[in-house]
Design a binder for this molecule. Structure first.
Ligand code: AMP
Ligand code: GLY
Length: 428
């Protein structure tokens, strides 16, 4: 029986914890810090994700067997290495890479160079720093607009800018190298713009073999029809009709297998999730980005479709035995819709009381909520995620949208078109 700790406080961690809570081999589940949605079935422990010592203490005191890290920051900052160096992870399964592996997400330049070394399809690129503006201009001139500029380091999901014309691209490059994204933008990757449909593919790997999870599509823009500012994600759908067997075989052969081979040959011991942000360009997959964790809100659409025991999969990962492990996936479609605070992704208010009717069939995951005087209030931009399943995308979306109307808080906004593009594709 396993004692499990899930680190993080959002909808992704709520979904991970909910799946783990159903495991027959679970002894006790802790969330650090978790949220009001995880408290009915897990023990929430208040902890700052930057406080590595606190993690070490919790793992030892609570005799944790399996640690699952939700967000990227602790991984990029080297939480795993810190715990390993102190002997905390002996006999502990840790879901997430060490600092070297986390560079796949923590450094865009590292990720792009890695893809080049292992011939993994990705947009043509070059990296520049202050003083190299002249070379950058020559490279920009060799590309067609629009242009893609990426701050090398983590910039809270905001480090990618897509200027429409050459002059704006040069101006943007100057601002990025001038400190617009702080030290994350000291080096800037400039790359070719790829046209196609984006999708997220997830694997769990033990460093040699991998288990393919359901794929999903995220809706990144705040406005319907993919308009307006980028957000953390406004909704997700799983599975995707264009991620069929032929396409997924290309993803495995051209992207997943070479990535794992590359990690192995470069001596990077990687155990955890890899999230491949892909562009489907006329049936061929290209890697837009790697993430070293699950996606949010994709997890809230993906995990409800996983019928097998997630905790058993983590244990198998820890034992290096994923080759023998089989995932069972529901044929149903999931649609997840995110309810956000007024103003998000720019400034928004927090502390607004949330009311939820009690006749909701869908899963409701907490993303940015807190308890105040016994009531659940908003505490983030993305507040709640309603995730429904159905035997078609229509029925799943209908359920999600019927249920999200039973939730209200002042200024609540959600996109009404999650899954509409997929319905159009299916009707073509
Ligand atoms: P990232 O932070 O790397 O996920 O990039 C944010 C978004 O920018 C992606 O989800 C894509 O929509 C877009 N993007 C990034 N790179 C490219 C590219 N080479 N071509 C087209 N769009 C891109
Ligand atoms: N939904 C995109 C991400 O988690 O990065």
């Amino acid at each position: 029986m396993k004692r499990v700790l899930v680190a993080g406080s959002g909808g992704r961690e709520h979904a991970l914890a909910l799946s783990l809570s159903k495991s027959p081999i679970l002894d006790k589940l802790y969330c650090a810090p978790g949220n009001p949605g995880t408290s009915p079935f897990a023990e929430n422990i208040q902890v700052d994700l930057k406080d590595f010592d606190a993690f070490a203490r919790i793992i030892a005191e609570k005799e944790i067997n399996v640690v699952v890290i939700g967000p990227e920051n602790p991984l990029v900052d080297g939480l795993k290495d810190y715990l390993e160096e102190r002997g905390i992870l002996e006999n502990v399964v840790f879901v997430g890479p060490g600092k070297e592996g986390a560079k796949l997400e923590g450094s865009k330049e590292f990720a792009k160079e890695f893809m080049s070394r292992w011939s993994i399809p990705t947009a043509r690129f070059k990296t520049f720093e202050a003083g190299e503006e002249a070379e950058a201009k020559i490279f920009l001139k060799s590309l067609n607009p629009p242009y893609v500029l990426k701050a090398d380091g983590l910039a809270a999901g905001k480090g990618v800018v897509i200027p429409e014309d050459y002059d704006s691209a040069v101006r943007e490059l100057g601002e990025m190298l001038g400190g617009k994204f702080g030290s994350a933008g000291k080096r800037v990757v400039i790359e070719e713009f790829l046209t196609g449909i984006e999708l997220s593919v997830f694997v769990l790997t033990d460093g040699k073999d991998y288990m393919l999870l359901p794929s999903a599509k995220d809706y990144k823009r705040i406005g319907e029809g993919d308009s307006g500012l980028n957000t953390g994600g406004m909704g997700a759908v799983s599975p995707l009709p264009f991620a069929d067997e032929l396409f997924m075989k290309k993803v495995e052969d051209r992207v997943i297998v070479p990535t794992l081979r590359g990690l192995g040959e470069e001596g990077i011991n990687y155990q955890g999730f890899i999230f491949f942000g892909l562009m489907n360009c006329n049936g061929d997959p290209y890697v837009i980005e790697y993430n070293v964790r699950m996606g949010d809100p994709e997890t809230e659409a993906v995990l409800p479709r996983v019928k097998s025991d997630l905790l058993a999969h983590f244990v198998a990962m820890g034992e290096g035995a994923l080759k023998e492990e089989r995932i069972a996936i529901s044929e149903n479609t999931s649609v997840a819709v995110v309810a956000v605070s007024a103003g998000y992704p720019e400034a928004y208010e927090s502390g607004i009381e949330i009311s939820v009717e009690d006749n909701i069939d869908s899963l409701v995951f907490h993303s940015g909520t807190a308890l105040k005087d016994g009531s659940v209030v908003t505490s983030g931009g993305r507040v709640l995620v309603v995730s429904a399943m159905g035997d078609s995308i229509d029925s799943a979306a209908k359920r999600a949208y019927t249920d999200i109307k039973k939730i209200s808080f002042n200024g609540m906004y959600y996109r009404g078109d999650i899954g509409e593009d997929i319905k159009r594709l299916l009707n073509q």
